[in-house]
Design a binder for this molecule. Structure first.
Ligand SMILES: *Cc1c(COP(=O)(O)O)cnc(C)c1O
Length: 394
C-alpha cells in the first residue's frame, strides 16, 4: 500500500498512454529516416507525420485540407510554451503597426512571461482581471481591446482552477477591433470539446504531455489565411513555419494521443466529472472551513482546487506524499517562495485560504477507489496540521 502511487497531478503532466508508447516505438527503431529526405526511406516517415497532423486536426476541429489531403492549419512545436510564444509572435508580426497585447491575469507563465518580455521591448501589455470565481471580466476586456491591439491571448481552461473562459465571446471582442485571437488550449484539449474553427480562434496551442503524449512536443493551430512569421527559423520543415528536424516519434505519439482523446472524450469527461464531484462532496462533508476554487458551473472535468484555511498547502502535500499521493499546491513554489500563485491572487482568495490550497487533477487512469483513499486520509491530515497552526482557532 505504502509504495503505490496515487497520481492526482495530471495538470502538471500525464502518464504516456501505453497505446501511444506502442505507436512511437518503430520510430526509435527501423523508421529512423529524416522526413525531409528525398529518398523513400525518409519519405515514408513524412507520410506518417502527415497522418499524425490529421489526427491532431481532427481533435481540434481544424478542417482544412490542402490538395494532398493534409491539414495545413496544424504545425508541430516542441511544447505548449513554444506554441503560445509563436502565436503571439506571429500576430504581432502580422499587424506590425499595432503595439498592444491584451491577455488575462491568470494565464500560464508561457503567455505571461512572454508578454513581460514583449513589454520590455516597448509593447503595451494589458492583463484583464478575473472575479473571485476566476471568471473573466468581459467589460474590462472590451474596454482593453482597441485599434492598437494586435492580439488577445486568453486561455481556454485554467491549469490551476479548471475555470473555462468563454473563448467564442472573447474571439468576437478581439475581432470587432481587428485583432487576432489566440487561445492556450493546453488544459482543455482532450478534456472538453475543442473546435478551433467554431470558437473563432486564429491561433490555438496544445501540449503533448498534458494529454498522455510525451513531454517535448506540442501543436499550434493557425487559421487558414493568416500570415505566419515563424518564431524558429531554419529549414523548410512544417511548410516554412517551424524550422528544425521533426521530433518524429513524439509527433506520432501526439497524433495517437489526440486520436485516443477524441474517441474517448465524452466517456472520459463524464468519468472525471463524477470522480471529481464525488471527491469534493466527501471533503466538504468531512472537513470544516474549506472552499472549492474556480467557476463551479464551468470547469474542466478533472480539476479540483481546494483551499484549506489556516494551514500551508506544502505541509498537506508532504503528509499526502507519505501515502504515495501526488498533488500540487497553489503557491508559486517555482520561484522558491510560498506566495500564493498569481491565479489565486488575481481571484482575490484571502491569504489565510490561498496558502492552504491544493490542486488535485485527475486523468482517465484514476479510479474511485483511489479517490476514496485520498478522501479518507485527508481529514486527519488537515486536523493534525490545524492543531499545530498558530492561525487556527476552531
Ligand atoms: C503545461 C501548460 C503549458 C506549457 O506547456 P509545456 O508543453 O509544458 O511547455 C501552457 N499552458 C498551460 C495552460 C499549461 O497547463
Amino acid at each position: 500500500m505504502e509504495h503505490r502511487v496515487i497520481y492526482l497531478d495530471n495538470n502538471a503532466t500525464t502518464r504516456v498512454a501505453p497505446e501511444v508508447v506502442e505507436a512511437m516505438l518503430p520510430y526509435f527503431g527501423e523508421l529512423y529516416g529524416n522526413p525531409s529526405s528525398i529518398h523513400r526511406f525518409g519519405g515514408q516517415v513524412a507520410a506518417h507525420i502527415e497522418a499524425a497532423r490529421r489526427q491532431v486536426a481532427e481533435l481540434l476541429g481544424a478542417e482544412y485540407r490542402d490538395r494532398d489531403g493534409n491539414a495545413t492549419e496544424i504545425i508541430f512545436t516542441s511544447c505548449g510554451t513554444e506554441g503560445d510564444n509563436a502565436a503571439i509572435h506571429a500576430a504581432l508580426r502580422a499587424l506590425p503597426e499595432r503595439r498592444k497585447i491584451v491577455t488575462t491575469a491568470v494565464e500560464h507563465p508561457a503567455v505571461l512571461h512572454y508578454c513581460e518580455e514583449l513589454a520590455a521591448r516597448d509593447f503595451i501589455v494589458e492583463k484583464v482581471p478575473v472575479d473571485g470565481r476566476g471568471r473573466l471580466d468581459m467589460e474590462k476586456l472590451a474596454a482593453a481591446v482597441d485599434d492598437n491591439t494586435a492580439v488577445v491571448s486568453a486561455m481556454w481552461g485554467n491549469n490551476e482552477t479548471g475555470t473555462i473562459f468563454p473563448v467564442k465571446e472573447i474571439a468576437a471582442v478581439a475581432h470587432a477591433r481587428g485583432a487576432y485571437f489566440h487561445t492556450d488550449a493546453v488544459q482543455a484539449a482532450g478534456k472538453v470539446p475543442v473546435n478551433a474553427a467554431e470558437c473563432g480562434a486564429d491561433f490555438l496551442s496544445i501540449s503533448g504531455h498534458k494529454l498522455h503524449a510525451p513531454k517535448g512536443v506540442g501543436a499550434l493551430y493557425i487559421r487558414r489565411g493568416i500570415p505566419f512569421a515563424p518564431l524558429i527559423c531554419g529549414g523548410h520543415q512544417e511548410r516554412m513555419r517551424r524550422g528544425g528536424t521533426e521530433n518524429v516519434a513524439s509527433i506520432i505519439g501526439l497524433g495517437k494521443a489526440c486520436e485516443l482523446a477524441r474517441s474517448g472524450l465524452e466517456a472520459e469527461n463524464r468519468q472525471l466529472r463524477a470522480l471529481r464531484d464525488g471527491f469534493e462532496a466527501k471533503l466538504l462533508a468531512t472537513i470544516p472551513r474549506i472552499r472549492v476554487n474556480g467557476d463551479l458551473e464551468n470547469r474542466l472535468p478533472g480539476t479540483s482546487s481546494v483551499s484549506f484555511e489556516c494551514i500551508e498547502g506544502e505541509s498537506i502535500l508532504m503528509l499526502l506524499d507519505v501515502f504515495g499521493i501526488c498533488a500540487s499546491s497553489g503557491s508559486a513554489c517555482t520561484t522558491g517562495s510560498l506566495e500564493p500563485s498569481h491565479v489565486l491572487r488575481a481571484m482575490g482568495i484571502p491569504y489565510s485560504a490561498a496558502h492552504g490550497t491544493v490542486r488535485f487533477s485527475l486523468s482517465r487512469y484514476n479510479t474511485e477507489e483511489e479517490l476514496d483513499f485520498v478522501a479518507e486520509k485527508l481529514p486527519p491530515i488537515i486536523a493534525r496540521l490545524r492543531e499545530i497552526s498558530p492561525y487556527w482557532k476552531a
